[in-house]
Design a protein around this ligand. Structure first.
Ligand code: MN
Ligand code: MN
Length: 419
């Protein structure tokens, strides 16, 4: 007993010695400042005793964030937080529905995109309004009627259901109303991280702050008809479920006729761009959804055991919304820094332009999420396609791998690694 324990102890010591040697040699190629910032943490073996957390902690949040409680030993250094949950966001509750937003104020890294999660009851109305940012949306539950007018004043009225998208350009006035039987919940994505639902032009808010005699003159109506405008802005309010779609389309079209622009993009118009045994991706940008000129989307499903491959985006930051399942993402942030975070339904993730990342399904159900970009087009580069289209000797000299390993790499972008 005594001797075997001694041998075991000796093995551990040697392993620890090798691990710390590796850490030291890694640190050797970093600047002194970078090494100090990292605390030489990367690649070092740490015992369970050292990982223990006997003091106060939020056990429910810890259970949802295993990659923060015990990060992979490849994580290192200070990477700005790139996760926020809609569960933390303030909810504006109204008769007729609610909304909550995640913007650059909640998640400072998310400079290019902000989003709103909104619920409308059957008949509940998001007030007629517009804003300086463009609005891309996906229906998450139920159905709604959307209305707008195009830049020529022609009307657009359509019903959207789960999986359908819409897009309202900057300054285009619009509304959303929940339909039966149980209204809708949807995600609104704006091409400006600084956007706020508190800063939109609301029809009632505008008119209540316009002198009554100006309204009467503007509408050539000298009556007292404009005295009852709600004083506080409606934002969301309860009303009746609207009449059949054709009736609304006909009455809104008037003399001008309906708009020739399609501001909606149905689920059935979203072909699978790439499918492997590990999952599938549908890329929807302005090449398919013509009106969506400032926001591009990838709608991703990763099956259990599958992974969105190591890749990066040359053209834009990536804003993510997790719809279902469980996943983890590591963002490599240059200078020896990397951070891993866990995601589930209702979480927002963010990757700054060009930074490498992957998203792995860590659960036993499909992982579904959105990749959103402030861009007219979708673009990514994969690690596999890069390495397989670079002279082999050059790659081998970098990574200390043999030709057989290099030859086995996928020769093209997989998007989702097969299982
Ligand atoms: Mn809007
Ligand atoms: Mn990506």
């Amino acid at each position: 007993m005594k001797s075997s324990r001694t041998i075991e102890k000796g093995k551990v010591s040697r392993r620890e010695f090798l691990a710390s040697s590796t850490a030291l040699s890694t640190v050797g190629v970093l600047s002194a400042a970078a090494a100090a910032q990292q605390g030489q943490e990367s690649g070092r073996a740490v015992s369970d005793r050292s990982k223990s957390d006997p003091g106060p902690t939020n056990k429910a949040l810890d259970a949802q964030n295993p990659s923060s409680v015990v990060p992979p030993d490849t994580d290192a250094g200070s990477v700005p937080a790139f996760k926020y949950s809609f569960s933390f966001a303030h909810k504006r509750l109204y008769e007729g529905g609610w909304s909550r937003e995640v913007t650059v104020r909640e998640l400072p890294v998310s400079k290019s995109i902000a989003a709103v999660d909104m619920r409308l009851t059957a008949g509940g109305i998001r007030e007629l309004h517009w804003h300086a940012a463009a609005e891309w949306a996906i229906m998450l539950y139920g159905s709604a009627r959307i209305t707008c007018i195009d830049a020529d004043g022609r009307s657009f009225v359509a019903d959207v259901k789960e999986g359908d998208l819409w897009f309202f350009p900057t300054g285009i006035p619009h509304s959303i109303q929940g339909l039966g039987p149980d209204g809708a919940e949807f995600l609104l994505v704006f091409d400006d991280g600084n956007f706020s639902e508190y800063a939109t032009v609301l029809l009632s808010d505008w008119l209540v702050h316009t002198p009554r005699e100006v309204l009467a003159k503007n509408f050539s109506d000298g009556s007292q008809a404009w005295e009852k405008i709600p004083r506080d802005g409606l934002f969301i309010f309860q009303s009746e479920v609207p009449p059949p779609l054709a009736a609304d389309q006909h009455s809104a079209a008037g003399n001008l006729g309906s708009s020739t622009v399609d501001f909606a993009f149905r689920r059935t118009q979203q072909p699978v761009t790439k499918r492997t045994s590990g999952g599938e991706v549908r890329i929807v940008d302005s090449s398919l959804f013509k009106v969506s000129t400032t926001i591009a989307a990838a709608i991703v499903t990763v099956h259990p055991g599958g992974m969105r491959e190591l890749h990066w985006h040359p053209n834009a930051d990536e804003w993510q919304y997790y719809i279902s399942g469980n996943g983890r993402m590591t963002v490599f942030a240059t200078g020896g820094r990397a951070r891993t975070a866990d995601f589930e339904a209702g979480d927002v993730g963010y990757v700054q332009q060009t930074l490498p990342h992957y998203i792995e399904n860590t659960g036993d159900t499909d992982l579904r999420f959105l990749e959103m970009f402030k861009s007219s087009f979708y673009q990514d580069l994969s690690l596999s396609e890069w390495l397989s289209h670079t002279p082999p000797e050059l790659v081998m000299a970098h990574l200390n791998i043999d030709k057989a390993t290099l030859d086995a790499l996928p020769k093209e972008k997989l998007v989702i690694v097969p299982r």
